[in-house]
Design a protein. Structure first.
Length: 230
């Protein structure tokens, strides 16, 4: 048996990965992002104490993340079209992971809030991108199963968050709530980099629109931002 006989099936598997493998890669950052909506809830007083801040001010650690997340969601489609869905997805994972590390290293409440804003902005692009990747990875008759996997991750993460956050805070310190995302995010980045590709129709659409001016509702985004913050 020749070496080519072994290489061909492997090459095919790498070129056409299983949809379930893609689903596993995509669900990891989704779970990580949703988990961070609740994992810090039980650690707020520890964060406030560690950063010499008032307990009431520490609530901005949660609010800033959720607000930034909600602001980015409406424009995630526009960003994916401009950057390419795969590029935007990978950029979101990398930025989320970096912001998580910055949160863990924070030396002041202002710094951690700024890092949470960055984290929330990156996280806002993960959920819609994940859903789109899953729908393209699976044939139409199995797309319901793909969305079930996504839904389970999105529902389970906020339930697990407070318990996991409390355990980590009590045993390792509140900073590890955020450091936890670094190895997970790194794994997710390299898995998605290897497995996720833009389908041909998206590549063609991006090529057609490359030199066209894409409309952007700047006023609407500003009003949304002001509303969310206030």
């Amino acid at each position: 048996m020749t070496a080519a006989a072994f290489q061909t099936p492997l090459a095919k598997r790498l070129a056409n990965p299983s949809p379930w493998l893609i689903a596993a890669a995509v669900v990891i950052p989704t779970f990580m992002e949703v988990l961070d909506t609740t994992i810090a809830n039980v650690a707020l007083r520890y964060i406030a104490g560690g950063l010499s801040a008032a307990n009431v001010d520490s609530e901005w650690v949660i609010t800033s993340y959720l607000a930034a997340n909600a602001i980015i969601l409406p424009i995630s489609g526009w960003l994916a079209l401009r950057l390419g869905r795969r590029n935007y997805f990978l950029l979101s994972i990398a930025t989320f992971t970096l912001a998580s590390a910055l949160c863990g290293m924070a030396g002041s409440l202002t710094f951690i809030i700024a890092s949470r804003v960055l984290q929330g902005m990156a996280g806002g692009g993960l959920q819609p991108s994940s859903q789109a990747v899953l729908l393209d990875a699976f044939p139409q008759e199995k797309q319901g199963q793909a969305m079930t996997i996504f839904g389970m991750a999105a529902l389970l993460a906020p339930v697990v968050g407070p318990t996991l956050g409390g355990y980590i805070t009590d045993n390792y310190g509140w900073r590890w709530i955020f450091y936890l995302n670094v190895p997970v995010g790194t794994l997710a980045f390299f898995m998605c980099q290897a497995l996720v590709e833009d389908p041909e129709y998206l590549q063609a659409e991006r090529a057609r629109n490359r030199d066209r001016r894409q409309p952007f509702d700047t006023l609407g985004l500003c009003l949304l931002s002001v509303t969310m913050v206030s």
